[in-house]
Ligand binder design. Structure first.
Ligand SMILES: Nc1ncnc2c1ncn2[C@@H]1O[C@H](COP(=O)(O)OP(=O)(O)OP(=O)(O)O)[C@@H](O)[C@H]1O
Length: 398
């Protein structure tokens, strides 16, 4: 198990991680989510002893990484797939890591097989595609057959087949009772891979809960209603009736209405009473992506000025909230579940183990610490090790 308690990291006056406490348990895939700059990589680096916390502690199996005996056999990590000596073959890269940790050479061939790189094992890694580099990084993480695995964006650059392979690998590793902690920006992928989520924003914990709970706590179910597009007046008429009955009605870009606060039978009755024919009346549940967007919208550091959402916000008429930009979700039946309990659907609602992001206090003046300048005290996990520091083995002539 990985356990962080009050974990804080400051770089000069920049607080990258602030008072973070969480546990990552064995037997499950735990997704680590957060917008760009939220502090995910910094947290992973502190877990792996590559950055020293300014405050707080983080342990793996009860000990800080640097005090873990034979750490590469206990903990495997993929932090940066590009952190490979490009002139070295894939096999020699893994052999050098194995040698550092007393791992037998036959394990190198085993992991090359697991990640599907046998054919190119003797090729120099500088010719590898991004996806092949990711596979090599994953091989390095698996080298010591560790019980705890950390992956920072493991599907970055992988094609659909590779993404599916990583998904199945993560699930398999968790099913074997290992602790699997994986960061990703691909929400659709996380929804399929992770059992549990830890979400941070601006260095602080936003959520620590199962994927299912996260979606229901941070999304509002709604009904989509479509009137015949041949007669826009019908849409206005129905919209007024739904509003009058206490529903919240928002227009969608394609002309449909998004209705919250009214159950489907009630919407159907109101349409009947007002004499409006319906072309669609369907229930929708939010995706992980929508729930994530709702949760983190106040904790995003970087947003494009072309962001459609900001455009919609500017154009919104008074009294109309902009329709959230949600991806299409499959229809799940004809009747919407009852609306969530008051408050539960709101982002950061109390009682959901989520929290609004309070402003991060500025750090006291301190010299900027560049981890690249700090020599590691002990060799970290295989992939976290700077490969150039590993002893040079004779290169295969390809
Ligand atoms: N060595 C450093 N010196 C100064 N600031 C740093 C350093 N490393 C990270 N930061 C800052 O700390 C914050 C968190 O960065 P971090 O890389 O951990 O975020 P992240 O969640 O991994 O982002 P991304 O999703 O973009 O990879 C950022 O504002 C970053 O600029």
């Amino acid at each position: 198990m990985i356990e962080a308690v009050g974990l804080t990291k400051r770089y000069g006056d920049k607080t990258a991680v602030h008072n973070l406490s969480f546990q990552v348990r064995p037997g499950a895939v735990t997704g680590f989510l957060g917008p760009n700059g939220a502090g995910k990589s910094t947290t992973m680096r502190m877990i792996l002893g590559l950055d020293t916390p300014s405050e707080g502690t983080v342990t793996i199996g009860g000990r800080p990484f640097r005090q873990t005996p034979n750490a590469p056999r206990q903990v495997g990590a993929l932090l940066d797939a590009k952190a490979v000596h490009g002139g070295r073959s894939a096999r020699n890269h893994l052999l050098s890591l194995a040698q550092l940790s007393g791992i037998p050479a036959r394990r190198v061939d085993e992991v090359l097989g697991v990640v599907g790189l046998q054919e190119v094992a003797r090729k120099r890694s500088k010719g590898f595609s991004l996806g092949m580099g990711q596979r090599l990084g994953i091989a390095a993480a698996l080298l010591g057959d560790p019980q705890v695995l950390l992956f920072d964006e493991p599907v970055n650059g992988l094609d659909p087949e590779g993404i599916l392979w990583v998904r199945n690998l993560m699930k398999q590793l968790a099913a074997e009772g290992r602790t699997v902690f994986v960061s990703s920006h691909l929400m659709s992928e996380m929804a399929l891979t992770a059992d549990h989520l830890i979400v941070i924003g601006r260095g602080q914990l936003l959520a620590d809960m199962s994927v299912t709970d996260f979606i229901s706590a941070n999304s509002a179910d709604f009904a989509r209603v479509r009137t015949p597009d041949t007669d826009p007046a019908l849409r206005e008429k129905l919209s007024a009736a739904l509003n009058g009955a206490g529903g919240q009605v928002m227009p969608e870009p394609d002309g449909a209405l998004r209705v919250m606060g009214l159950e489907l039978p009630r919407i159907s009755d109101l349409a009947h009473e007002t004499g409006v024919r319906l072309w669609e009346l369907s229930p929708h549940r939010a995706s992980l992506e929508e729930a994530y967007m709702r949760m983190t919208q106040g904790a995003v550091d970087y947003r494009s000025s072309d962001d459609k959402k900001s455009g919609l916000m500017e154009q919104a008429r008074p009294g109309f909230a902009p329709p959230p930009q949600v991806p299409e979700v499959p229809q799940q039946g004809w009747y919407a579940p009852p609306p969530p309990a008051q408050g539960v659907q709101a982002p950061f609602a109390p009682g959901t183990r989520t929290a609004a992001v309070p402003p991060v206090p500025p750090a006291p003046a301190a010299p900027v610490q560049d981890p690249r300048l700090a020599p590691p005290v002990v060799p970290p996990a295989p992939q976290a090790t700077a490969p150039a520091a590993a002893p040079t083995l004779s290169e295969d002539p390809r």
